[in-house]
Design a protein around this ligand. Sequence first.
Ligand code: SF4
Length: 376
Amino acid sequence: MKFMDEYRDEKLAQKLIAEIKRIVTRPWVLMEVCGGQTHSIVKYGIDRLLPKEIELVHGPGCPVCVTSLEMIDKAHAIARRPDVIFCSFGDMLRVPGSDADLLVLKSRGADVRVVYSPIDCLKIARANPDKKVVFFAIGFETTAPANAMSVWQAHKQGINNFSVLVSHVLVPPAISAILQSPGNRVQGFLGPGHVCTVVGYHEYEPLAKQFNVPIVVTGFEPLDLLEGTLMAVRQLEEGRAEVENQYPRVVQREGNRAAQELVNSVFEVSDRKWRGIGSIPQSGLTLRAEFSEYDAERIFDVQSINTQESGACISGLVLRGAKKPHDCPAFGKTCTPEHPLGATMVSAEGACAAYYAYGRHLHHPKPAEQDKASAS
Ligand code: SF4
């Protein structure tokens, strides 16, 4: 398939792997930020093709996984109301809250609907004037423009039975928090290709300088990931710490200005709680005061819900790159995609779900076996 196969070419992949092997002289730990990158890495076994010196750890870039339990409980409190039509992207439906998920609430009679765009909610709101239509606006910088557009359009069209439950998160403060966390092992990043399509990568330059880490904005196909790894390893070996762009076919330094202006006109930066990680200052987006009439948290008075997370799930450590899914005693045993205990097993982009989907609960190679696979 054109534009796909060319980024999955085996011969080119072998060349990139050979070059990484040629230049690497010591161990390095790299983190891929996006859940989509994690899935490609596990699906194609890229981590197992790399020389043993390179360890890939998985970052917090799965939007469903990092939505706080508290926010999910707020969503459930709103969705339970008989006067509400609660709309969400499909991947939030099975994320466990304190006592249920949205699919369970739907089976109990709640009007929970899957939409493919927040703009669809405006149509639902116009068709149901006696109901309050709420959209669960989660995600990174990538989904913020469409969510901002839904609020802006509702405002423009005078739709007053629509609101958004906002739980947006931002990548740069999360990278900063990971690098400052006790025991951090991450020495370089494969940066988030889709996020940078919207916001560009100039915001990452001060991070690279402050923490002395290379950040390579990277795509999602196998050759993208191998080339991004090569670029990051080359920087580490040469003692450089810069922001480089492996993904220029999609990402430009300044990003999409029109999208950024729209987001900044509707949202402002705020503190945000991340599931498994805790509160990170200035790491989220919230509605500006002039759009507070679209703020579902305020309308339904759920601000006081304050849920503590269970200590049984180690997804917080997985999301910070401190542990791998198979380090969790529950992985593949009491925690599976059918019966998930934590968000990183529920979401298709979660690291635990990726490890499970590609059979790593069945066979995890011992270090000696991995060395053999890398050498072959
Ligand atoms: S395997 Fe399940 S319980 Fe363990 S970290 Fe992953 S989501 Fe949490």
